[in-house]
Every structure is written in structure tokens, then in C-alpha cells.
Write a protein that binds this ligand. Structure first.
Ligand code: DLL
Length: 435
């Protein structure tokens, strides 16, 4: 089996990719204009018609679309085809306001699964592999997205969904799973549980993991790789653009290749909307190029990242995005300082702590309080108060150096922070409740 799932397109010369994109964008804009009155109105407000869009260079003339637009048009306002042509919906896990609902025709599902199949093959997947999918199935896109890709590659697919960790481990050991697909925090938890059950990393048959759906650091990657004895690959996506597989890592692991034959990526200044050159950090914006049911033009992801078009030695020619470095909307501002949870995670792992932590923000007498609860491992655990206090002070110092402000650190006993089977809840921001 090849190192690529669709070699011709994945390694196409840049001019060929551009040619494909230019051809597809004209059709996609016309499709939206004809079928999505909501977006047509946005275009009319900007004085733009499909005639103005002749190539991807013209994309910057189009209006942006945001999550607010998706909520305003809930549920059918952005539908690009008759409902009778749709075969599936998925939805975001949003806890506030209306959920985002995305629709798919069979054509859309087929293209999406090609994207996840590319990711699986890039992680070394072949028809010899046993792929254990423990992303959630259901409305969340993780489970069915990777499941469909695994079928396309011809892997034996274990549709485990998330949770029931003991059963996950039993199947993993009995059926010899070779590729694990789940959130990085669940992968770390599975690793931890394996060790507790007395397994060493070399006792399982896993060779790779495909982890995404939440931010994770290089330190966390190394931690998971060590615990499971695997190579850990990143995968990115969002419900709005189909789900996982918009971008994925190859063996070089220098950013994630964006599937450019299906999605056109821009990075913009989140404040001004100005398009930034490659290499500059900004908000990622996607335009779908060939979706039928839920086409999105210039959708603002709120994810902050950097694009690179430098050649990659894996042979893939598609542009790469860095790991998302945070979001332009959920970046924490604590006592006026910008804080990304991933910075805290980096410090914890560098200082030898577990990645099990929770940030709690509150407000006392108009002042932000900033507490970080960190679980210690069994061998760090101590009954000695003075020892715990020393460790807390030292960690507070390391966090202050990284963040520019100091949190109050609380070391807590192993297993006291609730484990997540999906996305970890890293931040509890009680300040919002008071506003
Ligand atoms: O999380 C889709 C997905 C499933 C991706 C499985 C990868 C694997 P949503 O629930 O709509 O969709 O959340 C999308 O999650 O805008 C990012 O902020 C974040 N995210 C997704 N993948 C990554 C990643 C799925 N690899 C939102 N690294 C996105 C960091 C990620 N953040």
C-alpha cells in the first residue's frame, strides 16, 4: 500500500492544485448564490455577485461567515440543497446558545471520508490495521468521521465510541488494535489506566494514534507516546466544515496538511479581517470548495494558527497549518493578561506533573482570582504538608515566569480531577456567571 491514500492529488504540483481550486470556487460560489438566500444577501450587501469570483484570489472579496451567522440561521438557513438530498446531520458540542447543525449529502460524506482516510494512511494505516475508534459516535463528528475513513482504507474498524475504559483496554489487548483514534486527553487516560492494570507500553500492539478535537501540546504528545509506546499524530477539523480531517499530520509532523482540493484556507487578522501572508499568526478562515449540503464561504474558525507553504519531505504538496495556538474568542484574559490554557499545560509537563489539571477563574472584590488545580501522580503524593507547600510554591513560580501572572496552585491527590471521555474541561470560568 502506498504512503498516500490519493497520491495524485495529495502530491499534485502547486499549479495543479491552484487550477483545481480556481475551477471549484467558481462553481461553489454559484451554488451558494443559487441555494443559500442567507449568504446571497450578505454578498448583495457587499455588492458582489458570482461574476466577481473567477479564481481563489477573488475569495477575499467575499463576506465572512461566523458562528453567529450559523446560529441566526439555525436550523435550515444555510442549507445548500433540498433536505431530501441530505442523508445525515452532525452537531457541535456547544453548551451555550443554539447548537450548530451541519448537513451532509452522500457526496459530502464521501469527500469527508476521503479526508480522514488520507489521515489514517499518513499515520501508517493499511488494510492490515485494526483501528480502534474511541471518539464519541452520534452527533459529534469524531466517531463517524474516523470510522468512515478507516472503512475506506480497509482497516478492521472497532466502533468503540468513548467511555468504558476497561472495555476499551480489553478489546485493545484481545483484538490487537494497532491504531487508536480519540481525543489526546482520553489517550493519556487510557495510557494511565493501562499502566495501572499492570501493562507495559510494549504489551499492546498499538503503533500509532490519531488525536485531535482539542488543543494539545508537544509535551503532551511525548507523554502519550511514552505511555502507549506509539507515534501520535494530530488531526484537525470542525463540525462546520464536515468534521475531523480538514487537516492532518504526516510522518514529518511539521504542521498539518490541509486538504486543499476541498478547502481553501486563509489566515486573517481577527480584529481587522485583513488577510495575512503565510507565516503570520492569525485566525484561520475556511472556504469549502465542493460541498453540497452545507457549503461555507469564508467561515471564521476562531482558531489561531500559522500557514506554511514550504515543501514537506513527505511529498505532500498541500499547505500546512500549525497546531491551533488558541482561539481568538476563548483566550482567557486574567487580570488583563492573555493566557492560553496550553501554556499552563506546557509548564505542568515540563515540571514533571500530570496533564490532569483544571483552571478555575472567579472574581472577588472586582479582582480576578486565578486557581490551578493540578493532580500529582502517586509517586509525587506526600502526606507532608510542608512538602506539598514547597511543590506548590515552585510550580507557582514556573507558571508566573511563563504567563506573566501568578496563579494559586493547588496540588490534589491522584484521581481527584474528573476524567473526560471526550474533550477535557480545562477551564471553569465563574466570572461569566456574575456579569
Ligand atoms: O472537534 C472535530 C474533530 C473530531 C477534530 C475529531 C479532530 C478529531 P468541533 O466539536 O466542532 O469539531 O470542534 C472544533 O475544536 O475549531 C478547534 O478549536 C478544536 N480542535 C479540533 N481539532 C483540533 C486539534 C471537532 N487537532 C474545534 N488541535 C476547532 C487543537 C482542535 N484544537
Amino acid at each position: 500500500m502506498s504512503r498516500y491514500y490519493q497520491q495524485e492529488i495529495e502530491t499534485a504540483p502547486r499549479e495543479k492544485i491552484l487550477e483545481i481550486q480556481n475551477e471549484k470556487i467558481v462553481r461553489q460560489v454559484r451554488h451558494v448564490w443559487d441555494h443559500v438566500p442567507y449568504y446571497r444577501r450578505l454578498m448583495e450587501e457587499k455588492g458582489i455577485t458570482p461574476k466577481d469570483i473567477r479564481s481563489v484570489d477573488d475569495i477575499r472579496k467575499l463576506p465572512f461567515l461566523s458562528k453567529a451567522d450559523l446560529r441566526d440561521s439555525y436550523p435550515y438557513g444555510l442549507l445548500g440543497t433540498d433536505l431530501k438530498n441530505c442523508v445525515r446531520i452532525h452537531s457541535t458540542s456547544g453548551t451555550t446558545g443554539k447548537r450548530v447543525v451541519a448537513f451532509y449529502t452522500q457526496h459530502d460524506i464521501d469527500l469527508w471520508e476521503d479526508c480522514t482516510a488520507r489521515a489514517i494512511v499518513a499515520a501508517g494505516g493499511t488494510e492490515e490495521d485494526v483501528v480502534q475508534v474511541c471518539y464519541g459516535y452520534g452527533l459529534f463528528t469524531g466517531g463517524s468521521g474516523l470510522h468512515g475513513g478507516s472503512h475506506k482504507v480497509g482497516c478492521l474498524t472497532l466502533p468503540m465510541s468513548s467511555g468504558n475504559t476497561e472495555r476499551q483496554i480489553q478489546f485493545m489487548m484481545d483484538l490487537g488494535s494497532t491504531i487508536l483514534c480519540c481525543t489526546p486527553s482520553y489517550a493519556a487516560y487510557i495510557g494511565e489506566s493501562l499502566a495501572e492494570m499492570g501493562y507495559r507500553p510494549e504489551d499492546n500492539k498499538l503503533k500509532a494514534g490519531i488525536f485531535g478535537a482539542e488543543p494539545w501540546t508537544e509535551e503532551m504528545r511525548r507523554d502519550i507516546e511514552k505511555k502507549l509506546g506509539i507515534k501520535a499524530y494530530d488531526i484537525y477539523g470542525l463540525t462546520e466544515t464536515s468534521g475531523p480531517g480538514v487537516a492532518f499530520e504526516c510522518e514529518e509532523q511539521h504542521g498539518m496538511h490541509i486538504n486543499e482540493d476541498h478547502f481553501y484556507a486563509e489566515v486573517i487578522d481577527p480584529d481587522t479581517g485583513e488577510v495575512l501572508p503565510d507565516g503570520e499568526k492569525g485566525e484561520l478562515v475556511f472556504t469549502s470548495l465542493d460541498k453540497e449540503a452545507f457549503p461555507l464561504l469564508r467561515y471564521r474558525t476562531r482558531d489561531i494558527c500559522v500557514l506554511s507553504r514550504k515543501p514537506c519531505s513527505c511529498g505532500r504538496t498541500h499547505v500546512r497549518m500549525s497546531k491551533p495556538m488558541g482561539r481568538s474568542d476563548d483566550m482567557l484574559i486574567i487580570r488583563g493578561v492573555n493566557v492560553f490554557p496550553s501554556q499552563i499545560e506546557t509548564v505542568l509537563l515540563n515540571e514533571g506533573y500530570t496533564p490532569n489539571y483544571q483552571i478555575v477563574l472567579d472574581r472577588e472584590r472586582n479582582n480576578d482570582t486565578f486557581d490551578v488545580y493540578v493532580e500529582v501522580s502517586a509517586d509525587q503524593f506526600s502526606d507532608l504538608m510542608s512538602q506539598i507547600q514547597r511543590m506548590e510554591k515552585s510550580l507557582e513560580g514556573a507558571l508566573r515566569t511563563m504567563l506573566g501572572i501568578g496563579p494559586k496552585v493547588h496540588l490534589v491527590a491522584p484521581k481527584t480531577i474528573t476524567r473526560s471521555e471526550g474533550k477535557a474541561v480545562r477551564v471553569i470560568d465563574k466570572r461569566k456567571l456574575h456579569d
